[in-house]
Design a protein around this ligand. Structure first.
Ligand code: DCP
Ligand code: MG
Length: 396
């Protein structure tokens, strides 16, 4: 029995980028409930409400111990009335009635299923629901026109919605590495996103590609994509200029470089390792034996068709590729490592506390009216007056 007066009162800084948030979470029941409500708000296209719940969840993720009473949270940032009500409910009853009823609601389920289709956002899903489409079956039967991304998303629905493991991410990393160095020797591939933060699974695999000589990366993406396509690795791909970064970040980018910064959204065809259960031990020179997936874990030409009852010898995996010139690499690396909330908080900190604009391309100091150069993430944190936070502690 914990005496309220003796219970630890927590304290955390205001911005997630001032905190160290590892994957170890002492308040998973609370943060799961708040994250579910955030997800629901995002599915309802209410991003403001979504961010509020994400910020509240992030504060609880940063706590060193489980919360046992509301009084311990007095004075903590980002905990609004609604979030506190949810927390109180969980502390008193063991679960959040709002999160539970949301999870069970037909609308939430339909929005989740429909936005699970690659290329379908909350607005499209809501429009379909208004027209009586709540399931994949109803969508297929409706005869609604789907764009190319959505067609691929529907076709590879199960694969795209199955979590990607670190082993699968590494297998894809080797393929991407081979592709990139074949078309441009000396180019470098870095795993970013959740896997760089140490997550064991993800919804996709994110890579950042650059070349140590400025300018050599120009025109690289189409070549990489052609190589991957010629080897039969791509089920779908769309290469775009990075409009997400362009639209949100105003002046924090050198305009002349924008056309060099490309992103490829793709669905990979990854061969399943049929001998996953019988990995061959490999002896290293230091005498340590480790397990290694067989060499042909990602065979180049997996069988194209199989009888319906047979399990497919391959799976679909969402992969994002980004090419950055070396002069912007540190910003791109910081921007693509996440978490999404950590990124948002970095930009908020830069704007509100430092009068700077941060993007995945550059950092602009609005007071000095100049760009601040950086060749490492450490330098960017230093420019921002923040203590360096390594990727594994950016899991806000
Ligand atoms: N990113 C961002 N805002 C976006 C898209 C991406 O800040 N609109 C950045 C932060 C993300 C990173 O890119 O962490 C990769 O995006 P993902 O959506 O793949 O996120 P994660 O890799 O963190 O999560 P998951 O494990 O689900 O893939
Ligand atoms: Mg990712």
């Amino acid at each position: 029995q914990i005496n309220e007066a003796e219970a630890m009162v927590f304290s955390v800084p205001n911005y997630a980028c001032q905190r160290r948030t590892t994957l170890e979470n002492h308040n998973a029941v609370l943060t799961d409930a708040l994250s579910l409500l955030a997800e629901n708000a995002e599915l309802e296209d209410e991003d403001g409400r979504g961010v509020a719940f994400r910020r509240a969840a992030a504060v609880l993720k940063a706590l060193p111990k489980p919360v046992t009473s509301l009084t311990q949270l007095r004075g903590l940032p980002c905990l609004g009335e609604h979030s506190l009500r949810v927390i109180q409910d969980v502390l008193e009853t063991g679960s959040s009635s709002e999160a539970e009823s949301t999870k069970q609601s037909e609308r939430f389920k339909a929005l989740k299923v429909l936005t699970g289709i690659f290329g379908v956002g909350p607005k499209t899903a809501a429009w379909w629901i208004r027209h009586g489409i709540n399931t994949l079956h109803q969508l297929r039967a409706s005869g609604h026109t789907l764009n190319r991304a959505q067609q691929a998303g529907l076709e590879h629905y199960d694969g795209v919605n199955r979590p990607v493991t670190k082993a699968e991410a590494d297998a894809i990393g080797e393929i991407v590495e081979t592709a990139v160095t074949s078309v441009l020797p000396g180019a470098q591939v870095t795993l970013t996103g959740g896997f760089r933060r140490g997550k064991l699974t993800g919804h996709d695999v994110d890579f950042l590609i650059t070349h140590p000589e400025e300018g050599r990366e120009e025109g690289l993406m189409p070549k990489v994509v052609s190589w991957l396509e010629s080897q039969g690795f791509l089920l779908y791909q769309k290469t775009t200029r990075n409009s997400y970064l362009e639209s949100k970040d105003g002046p924090a980018r050198p305009a002349s470089n924008m056309d060099r910064f490309e992103r490829c959204f793709s669905i990979f065809k990854l061969a399943e390792d049929e001998r996953r259960e019988t990995k061959q031990p490999e002896t290293r020179t230091d005498g340590v034996t480790r397990l290694r997936a067989s060499e042909d874990a990602c065979g180049r030409q997996p069988a194209l068709s199989q009888a319906d009852e047979e399990p497919k010898p391959w799976r679909a995996v969402r992969v994002d590729l980004v090419v950055s010139p070396i002069s912007q690499f540190a910003f791109a690396l910081l921007g693509w490592t996440g978490s999404k909330l950590f990124e948002r908080e970095l930009r908020r900190w830069a704007g509100y506390e430092k009068t700077m604009s941060l993007s995945s391309h550059a950092l602009y100091d609005n007071k000095q009216s100049r760009y601040l150069k950086a060749t490492s993430e450490e330098e960017i944190f230093a420019h921002l007056g923040l203590e360096y936070v390594p990727p594994s502690e950016r899991n806000a």
